[in-house]
Design a protein around this ligand. Sequence first.
Ligand code: IMP
Length: 427
Amino acid sequence: MPGIVIVGSQWGDEGKGKATDQLGDRVDLCVRYSGGNNAGHTIIVGGEKYVMHLLPSGILNPGVTPILGNGVVIDLDVLYTELDELAARGAEVSHPLISANAHVITEFHRTIDKVTERFLGKAKIGTTGRGVGPAYSDKVNRIGIRIQDLFDESILRRKVEASLEQKNHMLVKVYNRRAIDPDEVTDKLLSFADRLRPHVADTSRVINEALDADKVVLFEGAQAHHLDVDHGTYPYVTSSNPVAAGACVGAGVGPTRIDRVVGIAKAYTTRVGSGPFPTELFDADGDRLREAGGEFGATTGRPRRCGWFDALVVEAATRGNAFTDIFLTKLDCLTGWEQIPVCVGYEVNGTRHDVMPYSQTDFHHATPVYEYLDGWTEDISECRSFEELPAATQRYVNRLQELISCRISGIGVGPGREQSIMLHDLL
Ligand code: IMP
């Protein structure tokens, strides 16, 4: 032990790297357990900015073993593009391990992601278009292709053919696209096999043995609680389980292996893609938040939808993940407002809700009930202790802590690694 999971508490892009930075050199294994290259982790090392979509953030720390667990879906083109780019920039990259049971995203998954979104029209999910959903669909349909299949050509050929048979009918007859050649797909996958082999391992065993040896294992979440396929705002979700429990399934460890669950909450709220978002701002205030926070997607470059902090959303995540700590990020981006609204309840057709309603119909019709807290104008980016924060900022943090029923252990006050205030150690 210890095992520590980091999970987004809203709709993603909370700045999970901030908490990872705090753990720094103390981490031995850094494991991604869900999602694929739909994520976007921005890491700044030695003044250099790196954006990783698939690789775990630990890749840039030579002392860390980065792992892609069985729960991840892997686009091998992206994997090797990311590794090669890092190498080309002279980054010291550690040796990643990849679960033999992880599933593969192929060209046909990307194609299907895009055509189905187009067909949904107004009802589209707003996916990242990376083929993540179709790859998970195949996994659950038991027609997926796993990393280990690349080491047995005849099995691989059969699996690709089986997987494409039905899809090609759909592509041609429904979507009016050309059929995909199974041999081309197979050959492309096989071309990765030699390079892949030294990285492939029984990662569940590796992780469990590391925990037995008292190593620090960081389970790095991508996406967030409210994008979880079971617990999020379905169907406007991703196709995996980013919640803390997903770390057990997606990495192959039992629940008793997890000691700390750190929820990451942005000091306001953002969302990309479609789906309900009660505190969303459609006016100049939304633009102001977007500008202050640089809220443009790291993966797709899309402008993020912005709104005030919604305590009900984060409180639901606190419960669903049993957060032991919250890391509040981007507090500095709220500097300069006279008053800052915080959503403390919803009105739905004349009924007041103090917790997130389970009914999607109610949530879609929720009007936020705001409490207005005093803002601050002082630059807080150089503050390194809670006491240095202006009184109004302290009150904002304390009120959020009360509302979300979890202690706030860290606060981000700027993009730099050192621009954090730690109230409690995360290990
Ligand atoms: P998919 O994961 O590409 O299937 O997209 C499904 C939904 O999850 C869309 O609304 C995406 O915008 C959203 N999504 C996926 N990954 C992320 C992320 O890392 N941050 C924020 N939203 C994401």
